[in-house]
Design a protein around this ligand. Structure first.
Ligand code: NAP
Length: 247
């Protein structure tokens, strides 16, 4: 895969899927900006790992759901590199419970972390990339935003919102040569899914035609494709990475 741009910011990249996206994109020759919020030691270790392979990485600390922090972080990146070519809005949380027991605070916490952070990132990318007349953004939504799930009304709303919002950004970005797409992972092995009860995980497995849980690398390669020149004519699209769990 080839890339017209040079650098990429990945939010929530200190661990899990975000960390793998950083490694994979660095391997394709991009300078990766690793955003972290609370675990500097993990972010440092990832940066070291990427640099040990002869690739480029830098750290940027901010909470992606806080507008002023996100904007300040982007300012540092643009002042350093002169550009922001690619953005991956990956930061996300869950706070699962049945809707009957879900408070408005439970609902809002997930909307803030997942949907609001993504909105801020897309809007600011549109401003920066608009001046460059080039850019590509990938938002990490979820299979749950496509089909819903028991105990995840807040998470489903946030991820479904990301999908609809990305399409709206795709309309606004297109005249400026900026693309917005989503990846919707299914069951990917990570800290987030390790929290699930074994019987819940087994139940998912029964319904995955490719008969394995996804790896972070499966998601990272889909992200790389949607950022790269190979997808130059694709915008407003949703790429499912779920082993056939939801078609
Ligand atoms: P994870 O291991 O829990 O990692 C999530 C990362 O997001 C953490 O580094 C976390 O940082 C960061 N983060 C959360 N809120 C943030 C904020 N406000 N600002 C900055 N960073 C923030 O989860 P994961 O499984 O890798 O998930 C990554 C993304 O994929 C999420 O958007 C998730 O919804 C999506 N996804 C995952 C799966 C799956 O099966 N794993 C499936 C579908 C979609 P802290 O450690 O500081 O909180």
């Amino acid at each position: 895969m080839t890339f017209q741009g040079q650098n990429v910011l990945i939010t929530g990249a200190s661990k899990g899927i975000g960390a793998q996206i950083a490694k994979t994109l660095a391997g394709y020759g991009l300078k990766v900006w690793i955003n972290y919020r609370s675990k500097p030691e993990l972010a440092e270790a990832l940066k070291h790992d990427i640099e040990s392979s002869g690739n480029k990485a830098a750290l940027i600390k901010f909470d992606a759901s806080i507008e002023a922090e996100f904007i300040a972080g982007l300012k540092v990146i643009v002042e350093s590199d002169g550009v922001l070519d690619y953005l991956v809005n990956n930061a996300g949380i869950t706070n699962d419970k049945l809707a009957l027991r879900m408070s408005v605070a439970d609902f809002e916490s997930v909307l803030e972390a997942n949907l609001k952070s993504c909105f801020i990132g897309c809007r600011e990318a549109l401003k920066i990339m608009g001046k460059q007349r080039f850019g590509s953004v990938v938002n990490i939504a979820s299979i749950i935003g496509e089909r819903g799930n028991m105990g995840q009304t807040n998470y489903a709303a946030s991820k479904g919102g990301m999908i609809a919002m990305s399409k709206s950004f795709a309309y606004e970005g297109a005249p400026r040569n900026i693309r917005f797409n989503c990846v919707t992972p299914g069951f990917i092995r990570s800290d987030m899914t390790d929290e699930l009860k074994p019987e819940v995980a087994e139940n998912y497995m029964k319904n995955i035609p490719l008969a394995r849980f996804g790896e972070a690398e499966d998601v990272a390669q889909a992200v790389a494709f949607l950022l790269s020149n190979a997808s130059a004519y694709i915008t407003g699209e949703v790429l499912k990475v779920n082993g056939g769990l939801y078609m």
